[in-house]
Design a protein around this ligand. Structure first.
Ligand code: PLP
Length: 375
């Protein structure tokens, strides 16, 4: 049997009764758009994150786009983004006519390097988008300090880190996505809090920004048929909200299960000298959306095919940094512009990671990896 990257089906089976009953309720009630479950989920997520406002929307990419539309940005304004991230972060910048400025990442945490961010600031810089890659927060205190000094907005892309906790130097804890001006997340099925289709949310403690975000996400209308802003149509379905409201109750357990799986990997793989296990950033918990290792001796692709031959799925997140993607090529950047991001694209590999992994499976995967390096 093949070991997959995720196992959504068995996760569903473990909460089938609750899910089925909530889904049936929605179908029978007929409030398929903006039903009471949407409001309930919004409120419960606000409580979970201890944040003033959650605005549900259609997906994580929309969340980023709406967040950027809510800031008073102008065409050509510069937005700083890590070169090593999922394409959605960059896409919306281009769509809105803003100018993406890539920066390199930290070689150990894979997250945006605050010094690189600071060095890339120009008088046209208006926004930075740190991504909490693989489930661990970026260095938010330094990013916020630099951003505040220069009057730059911060949008956290927390699509991979819902539930992660950031600890400030003064000991205060806060949830990922609640630190910047706005946080954006995704409920894509394989995310740590995933629905059964597409979904997303925008997070903010700023009351007036939240109001604007709400209006933009609903065709720019504050009152029905009165359009005060240019908006979009981006809603979270009632059905998805009902599913998410059930799953939110299990999010901490799910993240705990991922952490346990990661500990098994850590223990076994740290013995292999060709592998660097995920490096923990002391100011953040890690919710292991992905368990991503770095292969140090250039054998990454061989390891990937060896594991595939042994029925173990793996993925490369991400094989090409954004500045080298055809759609985003520009005269300002070339191969070699961001050596760390480019190096990571050639050396990282993500192993199966989900809430249903058992010890036997984890041991099997680790055995195979050990065997590969002992050949
Ligand atoms: C998944 C993801 C998104 C986009 O979410 P969708 O719901 O698929 O649109 C954005 N940023 C990051 C880092 C992601 O992992």
């Amino acid at each position: 049997m093949k070991i997959e990257m995720v196992d959504l089906k068995n996760q569903y089976l473990s909460i089938q009764k609750e899910i089925d009953s909530e889904v049936l309720n929605v179908i029978r009630d007929g409030n398929y758009i903006n039903g009471p479950q949407v409001f309930s989920f919004k409120k419960n997520l606000e409580r979970y994150l201890a944040v003033g406002n959650v605005i549900p929307c259609a997906n994580g990419t929309d969340a980023l786009q709406i967040a950027m539309m809510a800031l008073d940005l102008n065409r050509g304004d510069e937005v700083i983004i890590p070169a090593f991230t999922y394409i959605a972060t960059a896409e919306v910048v281009a769509l809105l006519g803003l100018k993406p400025v890539w920066v390199d990442v930290n070689p150990d945490t894979f997250n945006i390097d605050p010094l690189a961010f600071e060095a890339a600031i120009t008088p046209k810089t208006r926004l930075v988008v740190p991504v909490h890659l693989y489930g661990q927060c970026a260095d938010m205190e330094n990013i916020m300090r630099i951003a505040n000094q220069h009057g730059i907005y911060v949008i956290e892309d927390t699509a991979q880190a819902i539930g992660a906790e950031y600890t400030y130097s003064n000991g205060k804890n806060t949830k990922a996505g609640t630190i910047g001006n706005i946080g954006c997340t995704s409920f894509f099925p394989s995310k740590n809090l995933g629905c059964f289709g597409d979904g997303g949310a925008i997070i903010s403690n700023d009351q007036s920004l939240a109001k604007k975000i709400q209006i933009i996400s609903n065709h720019g209308q504050e009152v029905k048929y009165i359009h005060t802003l240019v908006g979009v149509n981006s809603r979270l379905d009632t059905l998805q909200s009902a599913i998410l409201d059930v799953k939110l109750k299990y999010l901490d357990l799910y993240n705990q299960a991922r952490l346990s799986a990661a500990s098994v990997y850590d223990l076994r793989l740290s013995e292999i000298e060709q592998i660097q296990i995920p490096v923990r950033f002391q100011k953040s918990t890690h919710v292991f959306h992905q368990y991503t290792i770095k292969v140090k001796d250039g054998s990454r692709d061989d390891l990937k095919s060896y594991l595939a031959d042994n029925n173990i799925s793996t993925m490369i997140y991400y094989p090409i940094p954004i500045h080298l993607q055809k759609a985003y090529l520009s005269d300002n950047y070339k191969a070699g512009s961001f050596p760390i991001s480019e190096g990571l694209s050639n050396s990282v590999i993500s192993l199966p990671m989900h809430t249903e992994l058992n010890l036997n499976t984890l041991e099997f995967i680790c055995d195979k990896i050990s065997k590969f390096y002992k050949r």
